[in-house]
Design a protein around this ligand. Structure first.
Ligand code: COA
Length: 322
């Protein structure tokens, strides 16, 4: 990883303003989630806008020219185009030598993308990869459902990865369990339409996000420490070797509970959930871009990153910041 960048839309909705929309309060949201505000994309902002801005910032930070990008991976669950949005980002960046495709693993998308990118780099197939995590979940939230609308925000983050003699992905563990899919969904609901006699199709629409908050919370605090420990084992490291714990920014209580279970002190836990809410695939690179920009993370630091979310999917990656 040689560069990182982030992008968030400008309009901010804080908890007080949100309390005018649904029956909730700043106190309730902060005590249950640690979130105080979220950035939301206006109707004239596209996923391509946010993803391209983050990718461009990461390329500048890395000092890498767009022409030398071989692969663009866009982790998202909220594409502008269901056929794929990565190629639109490629066009916006002018990265004409790259191949680009979307990858969907909800809030685990960045970690799944990181491991996918590392395989291409290790195999020698590609030398330079831009990995973007970007989501505009505000378009899929039911803004009358106080159990979910308080949680989510919009944003994008990106990293530039380059093949290097010293492999910086030290260990990883990826998991999914479709039997638990119903705990967190953004599902398609077909509406039967008869075209001609005996030919009925299902042209419906996606329903807003549904979540069983308690089950998702339970899942996260039990499963995430386990995959981090497995990834550490593969890396030949222990929790004492971790300089930074960089979890998907879903909820401060989850970050604290996972850190406690692993015995990692709070000062090693990276958190910006208060300012952005849960930005899904964007949350890990967005938080990384902030701590790199403010100098908290130093070259050589070991980062234990983990994502979790719909699918259900979850995974951890241990890497050394270049
Ligand atoms: N404001 C005020 N009250 C609310 C509320 C809100 N925004 N949302 C729910 N409540 C109420 C409920 O109606 C319920 O009231 P009742 O007891 O009268 O029925 C009460 O608060 C408790 O609801 P519950 O759902 O049990 O709350 P909780 O303590 O589990 O907290 C979450 C809810 C969503 C904060 C918590 O479950 C959570 O963080 N889950 C993980 C979610 C997550 O991170 N998802 C994304 C993963 S990628």
């Amino acid at each position: 990883m040689i560069g990182v960048g982030g992008a968030t839309p400008l309009p901010v909705l804080d908890n007080h303003a949100l309390s005018a929309l649904v029956d909730t309060s700043d106190d309730w949201i902060r005590s249950r989630t640690g979130i105080t505000q979220r950035h939301l994309a206006s109707s004239d902002v596209s996923l391509v806008d946010l993803a391209s801005e983050a990718a461009q910032a990461a390329l500048v930070h890395a000092g890498v020219a767009t022409e030398s990008v071989d692969l663009i991976l866009l982790a998202t669950s909220t594409p502008d185009d269901l056929f794929g949005t990565a190629s639109l980002v490629q066009a916006r960046l002018g990265a004409h030598n790259a191949v680009a495709f979307d990858l969907t693993a909800a809030c685990s998308g960045f970690i799944f993308g990181l491991v996918t990118a590392a395989q291409y780099l290790r195999a020698g197939t590609y030398r330079t990869v831009v990995l973007i995590g970007a989501d505009i979940l505000s378009r899929w939230v039911d803004w009358s459902d106080r159990r979910t609308c308080i949680l989510f925000g919009d944003g994008a983050g990106a990293v530039v990865l380059q093949a290097d003699a010293t492999d910086q992905l030290l260990g990883f563990e990826l998991r999914s369990d479709g039997r638990l899919n119903h705990y967190l969904t953004l599902g398609y609901e077909p509406d039967p339409q008869t075209l001609v006699e005996s030919v009925t199709i299902g042209q419906g629409k996606f329903k807003p996000i549904f979540m069983n908050g308690r089950e998702v919370y339970r899942f996260a605090v039990t499963q995430v420490p386990e995959v981090i420990e497995k990834a550490l084992f593969r890396a030949g490291l222990t929790t004492d070797d971790i300089d930074w714990l960089l979890l998907h920014q879903a909820n401060q209580r989850i970050l604290d509970a996972v850190a406690d279970r692993l015995g990692i002190p709070r000062e090693k836990v990276i958190s910006n959930v208060s300012d952005y809410g849960n930005t899904s695939a964007a949350s890990i690179p967005l938080a990384l871009s902030e701590v790199v920009a403010n100098g908290q993370i130093k070259p050589g630091d070991v980062v234990a990153a983990a994502g979790f979310g719909a699918g259900l999917t979850w995974g951890a990656a241990i890497f050394r910041w270049h």
